[in-house]
Design a protein around this ligand. Structure first.
Ligand code: ATP
Length: 234
């Protein structure tokens, strides 16, 4: 569903990603883990088109998207839920959700999708008319993921979805990610919670200094000595 080959990009003339290869099958969860500054967020920005690729190709469902403007990628089903949620605090929960469905394919399905999002996140239904800025951190993350779902993603990218959340809320968010996979959506996530991310993911990549150093199935990675030493403190 998502295939990246030889991706190089950076900021200004400073290279950050040095030829990234990554592939996720439809309906799977992929996780990118690695130290701060490894290039995880940069990878997602390049896929979303916020940052142009210098070299390499990005394909989604067989279609090459690396030349497309960010909005065209959204229409193609490539949707990023950014780190820090980026909601509009003075708008209501419902208005924030609706902002996820501006492109024609999503707009015509809006009422039905909103109902599905409320089924996944009953808390958002309860808070539908409340200003997003008054939500708890966990509720804001739910709203941000809900907004992503409103765009009818084929590939949903989650940048640090568990950051700053209490353990019980992290469980809820990860349960939702499983449910999203069960609906057939392909998920690519970046996580600092390496243990959780590997346990959840079908495929995972350790990124170091803009290069993939280790790659494998999530459960294999959990058992990998290098991963255990460097990221699981064992
Ligand atoms: P983190 O968990 O800290 O966000 P990350 O793996 O997501 O880490 P990136 O945010 O992709 O890392 O950053 C990779 C490198 O690019 C870092 O060295 C960072 O300083 C640099 N960088 C990130 N954003 C910019 C920017 N807008 N301009 C210049 N350099 C940037």
């Amino acid at each position: 569903m998502l295939r990246i080959s030889g991706l190089r990009t950076g900021y200004g003339d400073v290279p950050i990603l040095h030829g990234l290869d990554l592939e996720i099958e439809e309906g799977m969860i992929g996780a990118v883990v690695g130290a701060n500054g490894a290039g995880k967020t940069t990878t997602m920005r390049a896929i979303a088109g916020i940052l142009p690729a210098w070299q390499g190709e990005i394909h989604v469902a067989g279609e090459r998207i690396d030349g497309l403007a960010p909005q065209k990628r959204v229409e193609a089903g490539v949707i990023l839920v950014p780190e820090g949620r980026r909601l509009f605090p003075s708008m209501s929960v419902r208005e924030n959700l609706e902002l996820g469905s501006l492109h024609p394919r999503a707009r015509s399905a809006r009422a039905g999708t909103l109902e599905q999002v409320f089924e996944i996140f009953p808390r958002l239904r309860e808070r539908e008319n409340q200003r997003a800025g008054t939500l708890s951190g966990g509720e804001q993350q739910m709203c941000a993921i809900g907004r992503g779902l409103m765009g009818l993603p084929r590939v949903l990218m989650l940048d640090e979805p568990s950051l700053g959340l209490a353990p019980i809320v992290v469980e809820t968010i990860f349960d939702v990610v499983r449910r999203i996979r069960a609906e057939g959506v392909t998920v690519l996530m970046v996580e600092q919670n390496v243990r959780h991310a590997l346990a959840l993911s079908d495929r995972a990549w350790v990124l170091e200094h803009g290069r993939i150093e280790i790659e494998g199935a999530g459960d294999e990675m959990l058992a990998d000595e290098r991963v255990r030493r460097a990221y699981l403190g064992m």
